[in-house]
Design a protein around this ligand. Structure first.
Ligand code: NZQ
Ligand code: ZN
Length: 399
């Protein structure tokens, strides 16, 4: 296990009615006027918005609002939100919705305390010194933004989708009511399941030795997600399945299963290029890319892939031929994503194979020019993964 610092200042309030505590919590954290940030309107249709505004009013907290955040959230609304917060004298940011609304709120909170362009933080020109206080009400178990140190925004000037990982991004509170996720359509539920599993997988495949504790926590998390998924897909109002997924999405990405180990993150990096170029859902992109990445890298540590297959998917260990076990685990992963109705190929994402060189060239790299840590991918390797992702299930290349 490597040395680590784990910082998670977020107060998580979980269960039915959690959102009703918004006013009291904003007030207790010194907020007098909250900027409410939300997406395309699901929070209004579900009644969440009205309940939260009533809770703020009851606590004597004023509010202003900015709605219309799009999936793969863009810089324009962040600039508008920072301006609005300044004009209205907002001293607190309250975001509700999916990861896109929450990430927009995070970026606004950083920009409110900075005289320059908030994008400076995302392109490495400046490091944030402060953020406005920020609380969140997640309605989609997926990105895990409610507990993460990440914020992912697309700069419209050049359509660059970039992430910023810093302690200041962790929200002060997250009000998590599983009932708020009942209105999710099956497609969004499935995208969320793929995303949270991917957050565990990005951490699970590591070269760091002696990480048995976090391995087993990660495996338990993945098994619970896989077990709850069909029930939530079948019955959108299955409270227990929704509750499991909501909390699993947080644990998958607050880094409790990632501490003390080197993490990979190349599938996310490559995925951001696809989302930025074709504006497709983050989870759908990962459904295509993760199995392709696995097929490309598994020979790097066949035993780790065999462990994954056996402990997460119950594949019987073939000690004479562990590669068979490893490949069965990858096939089970891809089949699980497909069982949720998620895409398997680049074409199903609306992506064009001819774009592969451009996509690969755009992927954010480490200073040594590679992407990922489990296997350090150069441009040729990224292109090869994208070509595998273009095939129906990539198996042909590995027969
Ligand atoms: O906009 P509204 O009307 O709210 O509808 C949204 C949106 O259309 C809808 N939705 C959300 N909750 C709902 C609901 N519809 C009905 N009922 C509900 N309860 O779902 C659609 C997708 O929402 P979005 O916020 O885009 O999805 P998600 O939560 O998957 O967030 C994706 C974004 O987060 C980033 C992704 O890259 C992407 O930009 N990520 C953020 C991370 C982080 N901050 O830690 C980590 C992730 O790896 C990821 O990169
Ligand atoms: Zn993700």
């Amino acid at each position: 296990m490597e040395n680590f610092t784990f910082y998670s200042p977020t107060r998580f309030v979980f269960g039915r009615g959690a959102e009703l505590r918004a006013g009291e919590l904003v007030r207790s954290l010194g907020g007098t006027r909250a900027l409410i940030v939300y997406g395309g309107g699901s929070v209004k249709r579900s009644g969440l918005y009205d309940r939260v505004v009533a809770s703020l009013q009851a606590a004597g907290v004023g509010h202003c609002e900015i709605g219309g955040v799009l999936p793969n959230p863009r810089s324009g609304l962040v600039y508008a939100g920072i301006d609005l917060a300044r004009r209205e004298g907002a001293d607190f940011v309250l975001s509700m919705g999916g990861g896109s609304a929450i990430d927009t709120g995070k970026a606004i909170a950083l920009g409110m305390r900075y005289a320059g362009d908030f994008w400076d933080f995302f392109c490495g020109k400046a490091t944030p010194a402060a953020a406005a206080p920020h609380g969140v009400i997640p309605t989609l178990p997926a990105a895990g933004s409610e507990g993460s140190n990440s914020c992912v925004i697309t700069q419209e000037d050049g359509m660059l989708k970039r992430g910023l990982n810093i302690d200041l991004n962790r929200p002060l509170f997250a009000l998590m009511n599983p009932e708020l996720t009942f209105t999710l359509p099956p497609y969004q539920t499935a995208c969320g399941i793929v995303d949270m599993l991917s957050h565990v997988l990005e951490r699970y495949f590591t070269d760091t030795p002696d990480v048995d504790l976090t391995d087993r926590m990660a495996e338990a998390l993945m098994r619970s997600i896989v077990a709850a998924a069909p029930a939530a897909m079948r019955d959108p109002a299955d409270y227990e399945a929704r509750a499991t997924l909501l909390w699993a999405g947080t644990l998958a990405h607050n880094d409790s299963v990632g501490v003390g180990r080197e993490q990979d993150w190349s599938s996310h990096r490559i995925g951001h290029e696809l989302s930025a170029r074709y504006d497709c859902a983050h989870g759908a992109v990962l459904s295509v890319l993760f199995p392709a990445w696995m097929r490309y890298v598994y020979r790097h540590d066949v035993m780790r892939f065999a462990q994954y297959a056996s402990r997460v998917w119950g594949v019987e260990m073939n000690f004479a031929h562990p590669e068979t076990t490893a490949l069965a685990g990858i096939a089970r992963t891809a089949a699980f994503f497909a069982s949720l109705g998620m895409p398997r190929t680049l074409a199903q994402l609306g992506a064009d194979e001819a774009d592969i060189p451009t996509l690969a060239a755009g992927v954010v790299r480490a200073p040594d020019g590679t992407c990922g840590r489990f296997v350090r991918l150069d441009t040729e390797a990224i292109e090869a993964i994208l070509r595998l992702a273009a095939q129906s299930d990539g198996e042909e290349a590995f027969k």
